[in-house]
Design a protein around this ligand. Structure first.
Ligand SMILES: [Zn+2]
Length: 271
C-alpha cells in the first residue's frame, strides 16, 4: 500500500493559526486581549518549541497557515520552510468557508494563495478549511485552482478522491486525532471538554494508530502550535511518536502522501 512496503502512512500536521483563530477577519477591537494572546502563544512559544523537536526527531510535517498569519509572522514561516517542511493553505482570515458567500470564499481562497506564494515562491498544493468547516463549493473550488489535495473531511482512514471533483485527493483525519477537542479550553464560546490529561489523549492516539496501522491506512494527527506547543503536550506527542516508531511506518508530509496516492493507487499500480 505504501512506499517500500511500509504498512501505514503517518502525517503530523500543525494548523498555525496564531491570533487568526479568534479574529477571523472581524475588527480586532471585538476580541479580548486575552484571547488574542492565546493565539499569539502559538507564534511566541508553540512554533519555536515544535520546530527543534521535529528537527531533532528528523520528522517531516505539514503546517497549514492562514494568509494573515503568514503575513504577520513571515520569519516563522521561513523557518518552517528552511527546515524542509510543507506549508499549505488554511484560509486567508481563518473565517469558516461554510459561513461565507460564494464570492467571499473565492476571494479569501485567492488572497490565501497569494500570501503563501509571496512567501514560499510557489502555489500551495494543499488546503485545510479553517475549523474543518468547508462549504459545499470548497472542494470544486480547490479543483478549479489546481490544488492537489484537501484535508478538511473525515470520511475514511485512507486517501480518496473527493466527490464532485475531477481528482482532488482527500486526506481525511478525525476529531479524535485533533488536539483541539482534547485540550483546547475557552469560556466563551464554550469549547467542549478541554484541558484533558495527556495520558487520556495518548491512550486514544495510540489505540487509533493501532487500528489504522492494522488496516494499512493513513494516520493524520491534526494539531495546533498554540495547543500542542505547551510542554506537557509536546512530551505526550513525543511519546506517541516513539510508540509509532516501533512499527513499520512511513512518516511523510501531506503533499508526499497525496502525490504517492495519485501516482500509485489511482493509476492502478497499487493494491
Ligand atoms: Zn485553524
Amino acid at each position: 500500500m505504501w512506499p517500500n512496503g511500509k504498512k501505514c502512512a503517518v502525517v503530523l500536521t500543525f494548523d498555525f493559526d496564531a491570533e487568526s483563530l479568534f479574529v477571523e477577519g472581524q475588527p480586532i477591537e471585538t476580541v479580548t486581549p486575552a484571547k488574542l494572546s492565546q493565539g499569539e502563544y502559538g507564534a511566541r512559544v508553540g512554533v519555536p518549541r515544535i520546530l527543534p523537536w521535529l528537527k531533532r526527531e528528523e520528522l517531516p510535517a505539514t503546517f497549514f497557515i492562514p494568509g494573515v498569519t503568514a503575513e504577520k509572522y513571515p520569519h516563522l514561516a521561513e523557518r518552517i520552510m528552511a527546515q524542509g517542511l510543507e506549508i499549505a493553505h488554511h484560509g486567508y482570515t481563518h473565517a469558516e468557508p461554510f459561513s461565507m458567500t460564494p464570492a467571499d470564499e473565492r476571494e479569501d481562497l485567492e488572497k490565501g494563495i497569494e500570501a503563501l506564494q509571496k512567501l514560499t515562491g510557489k502555489k500551495p498544493l494543499g488546503y485545510r478549511a479553517p475549523s474543518w468547516a468547508p462549504s459545499h463549493q470548497t472542494l470544486p473550488l480547490l479543483d478549479e485552482y489546481g490544488f492537489l489535495y484537501d484535508a478538511s473531511l473525515l470520511g475514511d482512514e485512507r486517501p480518496y478522491v473527493a466527490a464532485g471533483t475531477k481528482g482532488l485527493i482527500e486526506i481525511p483525519s478525525d476529531w479524535c486525532l485533533d488536539d483541539a477537542p482534547h485540550y483546547f479550553f475557552n469560556f466563551s464560546p464554550r469549547y467542549r471538554t478541554g484541558l484533558s490529561a495527556p495520558s487520556k489523549v495518548m491512550e486514544i492516539w495510540k489505540a487509533e494508530f493501532d487500528g489504522i496501522y492494522a488496516d494499512g491506512g493513513c494516520y493524520v494527527l491534526a494539531m495546533h502550535p498554540q495547543i500542542s506547543g505547551r510542554s506537557h503536550r509536546l512530551q505526550a506527542l513525543d511519546e506517541v511518536v516513539r510508540y509509532i516508531r516501533q512499527h513499520d511506518v512511513w512518516f511523510a508530509t501531506m503533499e508526499e502522501v497525496a502525490l504517492y496516492w495519485l501516482q500509485t493507487q489511482l493509476s492502478g499500480r497499487g493494491n
